[in-house]
Design a protein around this ligand. Structure first.
Ligand code: CTP
Ligand code: CA
Length: 226
């Protein structure tokens, strides 16, 4: 008899989550990446499903399994992630937990680069699209609630407030990734930054952060009428 799927706080909602790193090709065998494990984003997707939502998870390359009960779309690069996110809209809630590579190599070569004596490869970089800002600034099909993350190593709250304004999202979940092994680890200390102020949470397991965050977010989405 009807599980959380019918009765949960997010029943009838579509929740879109990005997770993991992106890989930006240098040549067919090399890439630029980062230390994101996808643990926090995947846990959020699972928590949204447990709260009754239909969930689309757009994941970069990770070593962890797809969460159960979630439609997972696998991508490699930032540009692929943006395309998959836009294809998944409309959504009621969009949560951008991915550690998107900020830059990609301007001229990724179709063949493997060789040490052929002609010097070091120049590797010119160009900026990737900002997926969160693109979705938050949409004129049509903007999710009612757009949530970003901000992994910082210093000035955590100030940088998060600046990102909230610049990217046009509704909530930034800020965390300090300096030193303590948050990237890849199982615990996270987050601060919820909105235009109304800052809410500091204690250090919690990423699973627990995910469950509490989805409950918090469910309370923020406008109630549907009719
Ligand atoms: N983000 C994104 N697309 C990008 C870069 C970031 O969607 N190309 C999202 C992340 O998923 C996260 C938020 O934006 O939710 C903040 O990411 P972060 O890397 O902290 O912000 P940046 O604007 O890239 O700033 P910087 O890395 O210089 O701190
Ligand atoms: Ca970045």
């Amino acid at each position: 008899p009807g599980g959380a799927g019918e009765q949960g706080a997010l029943a009838g909602r579509h929740v879109l989550v990005t997770s993991g790193p992106t890989h930006e090709a240098i040549d067919p065998v090399r890439y630029i990446a980062n230390r994101s494990s996808g643990k926090q984003g995947h846990a959020l997707a699972a928590a949204a499903a447990a709260a009754g939502a239909r969930v689309t998870l757009v994941s970069g390359p990770v070593a962890i399994p797809d969460p159960e009960g979630v439609e997972t779309v696998h991508v490699e690069s930032a540009r692929e992630m943006l395309a998959a996110v836009e294809a998944a809209l409309p959504a009621d809630i969009a949560i951008f937990a991915a550690a998107v590579a900020d830059w990609r190599v301007a001229d990724a070569t179709p063949e493997k680069m060789k040490k052929d004596g002609s010097g070091l490869p120049p590797l010119a970089l160009i900026e990737n699209p900002d997926i969160l800002a693109t979705v938050a600034h949409r004129q049509s099909a903007r999710p009612a609630l757009v949530v970003g993350f901000a992994a910082e190593t210093q000035n955590v709250i100030a940088y998060a407030q600046a990102k909230l304004a610049r990217k046009g999202c509704d909530l930034i979940v800020a965390n300090d990734v300096g030193g303590t092994g948050v990237m890849g680890g199982d615990a996270n200390t987050v601060h919820l930054v909105t235009r109304d102020g800052v809410e500091n949470w204690p250090t919690l397991a990423k699973q627990e952060v995910a469950t509490r965050l989805m409950a918090h977010i469910a309370g923020l989405v406008p109630v549907r009428t009719g």
